[in-house]
Every structure is written in structure tokens, then in C-alpha cells.
Design a binder for this molecule. Structure first.
Ligand code: ATP
Length: 304
């Protein structure tokens, strides 16, 4: 059986409304994600037992033991379908680690799809989504991609009508931010105050319906922003530098530490990416566009 490679996008949160903490420890979310053109690739090849290796600049930061999310996904699919858990996974990592862009979830989604194809288990989309949700709240979105609203833990997905393509510049940070630490900081800041069910602003939804980047830029919202800034004050300089360059909007993605800047055109994105890189306010920059589809098997014949 030849190896199977799956390409999976990162996400940017256009809107992240955080409500009360639930009994299971998760928070109630209203989460509008957009999948963007920054991809991890997960290759599944036949192998004895389960193993994973990781390639890329930040490979050393990713565990390769049984806590690796791609390995956990492969093990779960094998257990569910009764096949032998035998696969050698290789992850080519481009999504920043602890970057608030759901890189680990992307790898889990990639491993589910790649193993399903390699093993011929053909479980179908609904089962992949269900297995994905049990691995992590962001995994179903990595499978579907596009632009979607996630409610409850963020994993109950509804597609959002979004016109147009958006040009983003991502400022990758020097170090990551732990999602758990950022939520804990948010709880600390909120103390015992009661928060209502989170809802999505009509301004954001109508900007997406109209395909209006300027209106979307104004509506970008992240309730985790203040907590991420408290833990990593240097991000305020990054955001400030982007706003000074005249972007349409800026937001910390998810729990950080990546900052995302919405630009009016590809030309502007080229200018902003170069200026941010030159200003020394981030580790590096990436230009991406969204929305893009979710996890897809790569046809080797289509490679440039
Ligand atoms: P999110 O946006 O979903 O909150 P994140 O993008 O900020 O998450 P990740 O890069 O997904 O964070 O990783 C979080 C942690 O998960 C890492 O510190 C790492 O120890 C662990 N992890 C397990 N498997 C993987 C994987 N395949 N890739 C990246 N991290 C992984």
C-alpha cells in the first residue's frame, strides 16, 4: 500500500466569545473560525506498530510519545474499526506550536483521514467528525475547513455564509502560549463574575455575508485577548506595529501567541509582512489567505 499524505490547514479565530466555565472544565464558546492557507502535512505509511516523526523548524517542541495528537487519532481509529494499529506517521509541521492556530488538532484530523485511507476503513465523514470531536474541540473544524461557527465547546459546527477571500499576515511569536494557561488567566481576571451565553456579533456575520474586508477588520474580536496579553505583554507591541501599518484589523488568534492582521489586498499583505518582519516584533511572518477547505488527501500528481 503506498503512503497517503493529507494536507490540513491552520485556523484563525475571527470571533472568539467565551462564556461561563462548564462543569467539564471547558468554557461555553461562540467561535467563528476561518481555515487559512498554512498547512501541516501528515503522511501515513505502513509500519510495524504506531510511530510518529516530526519535521520542521519547531519539530523538537512536539512530543513523539503516545501524547502526540496524531498518534492518538490513529490509535482511536484502529480501536474503533478493529484494524491492526500499524502505521508510521510523518508530520511536516508548518503551523506554529502553541500558536493558537490549532496545529495539534490539524495533525489529529490529518492522521484520521490518512489512516482511514491507508487502512481502507472507509468510516465516512460523520464518524470522522465524531472521532475528531472526542480528540479535541478544534479537530472537527480542521476536517471541514471554510468558515464556520462553533458553539458549546466550539465543536458544534455550523457553516457560515462567507463571501470573498481574505488576505492575512500572521506574525508568529517567539514562544508559544499554553491554551490552558490563557483560559486560567481569563478565569482569574473574571473572578466570580457571571458571564452570559456567548453570541456572535451581527456586525461580524454581516461583514462575512457581504464579503466586506473593512467591516470584518472592525469586527474581529477575541475575549481571550486580554488574558493572552497579560501573559505575554510583548504581543501588544506586535499588534500596535500592525495597526500603525494601516491594516484593516488585528486579532490574537485563539489563545495566542500568533497575531493575525487582515489586509485589503495581496499587495498590501506583502508590504505589511515585510514591514513587520523588519520591525523585530515577531519571530517571522507568513502571508496566507482564507477561507480554504479542510483536510484533503494530496494527489502526488498535482504537486508543483
Ligand atoms: P489551539 O489553537 O487548539 O488552542 P495551539 O495551536 O495553541 O492550540 P498546539 O500547537 O496545537 O497549540 O499544541 C498544544 C500542545 O499539544 C503542544 O504544547 C504539544 O505538547 C501538544 N501536542 C501533541 N501533539 C501535537 C502535535 N501533533 N502537534 C503540536 N502539538 C502537539
Amino acid at each position: 500500500m503506498p503512503p497517503v499524505t493529507v494536507r490540513v490547514p491552520a485556523k484563525v479565530n475571527l470571533y472568539l466569545g467565551v462564556g461561563k466555565r462548564r462543569r467539564d472544565g471547558y468554557h461555553e464558546l461562540a467561535n467563528v473560525f476561518q481555515a487559512v492557507s498554512l498547512y501541516d502535512e501528515v503522511t501515513a505509511a505502513p509500519g510495524p506498530g504506531l510511530s510518529v516523526r516530526v519535521r520542521g523548524d519547531q519539530a523538537k517542541l512536539v512530543p513523539t510519545d503516545s501524547s502526540n495528537l496524531a498518534l492518538r487519532a490513529a490509535a482511536l481509529l484502529a480501536e474503533t474499526t478493529g484494524v491492526d494499529a500499524a502505521v508510521r506517521l510523518t508530520i511536516n509541521k508548518a503551523i506554529p506550536i502553541e500558536g493558537g492556530m490549532a496545529g495539534g488538532s490539524a495533525d489529529a484530523a490529518g492522521a484520521l483521514l490518512a489512516c482511514d485511507e491507508l487502512w481502507g476503513t472507509g468510516v465516512g465523514r460523520d464518524t470522522l467528525l465524531r472521532l475528531g470531536a472526542s480528540l479535541g474541540a478544534d479537530v472537527p473544524f480542521a476536517l471541514t475547513g471554510g468558515t464556520a461557527l462553533g458553539t458549546e465547546r466550539g465543536d458544534r459546527l455550523t457553516p457560515v455564509l462567507a463571501r470573498g477571500t481574505y488576505d492575512w499576515v500572521l506574525a508568529l511569536a517567539d514562544g508559544g502560549l499554553s491554551t490552558a494557561a490563557v483560559y486560567a488567566e481569563l478565569d482569574r481576571q473574571r473572578a466570580d463574575r457571571v458571564f452570559p451565553e456567548p453570541g456572535v456579533s451581527e456586525a461580524l456575520m454581516s461583514a462575512l455575508r457581504a464579503g466586506d474586508p473593512a467591516a470584518l477588520g472592525r469586527a474581529l474580536t477575541n475575549d481571550l485577548g486580554p488574558a493572552a496579553l497579560q501573559l505575554r505583554p510583548a504581543l501588544a507591541r506586535t499588534i500596535e506595529a500592525g495597526l500603525d501599518l494601516g491594516v484593516l484589523g488585528a486579532v490574537i488568534s485563539g489563545s495566542g501567541a500568533t497575531c493575525a492582521f487582515l489586509c485589503p489586498s495581496e499587495e498590501e499583505a506583502i508590504r505589511v509582512a515585510a514591514a513587520l518582519a523588519g520591525a523585530g516584533v515577531c519571530r517571522s511572518t507568513r502571508r496566507v489567505h482564507g477561507p480554504v477547505p479542510g483536510a484533503r488527501i494530496v494527489d502526488e500528481a498535482d504537486r508543483p
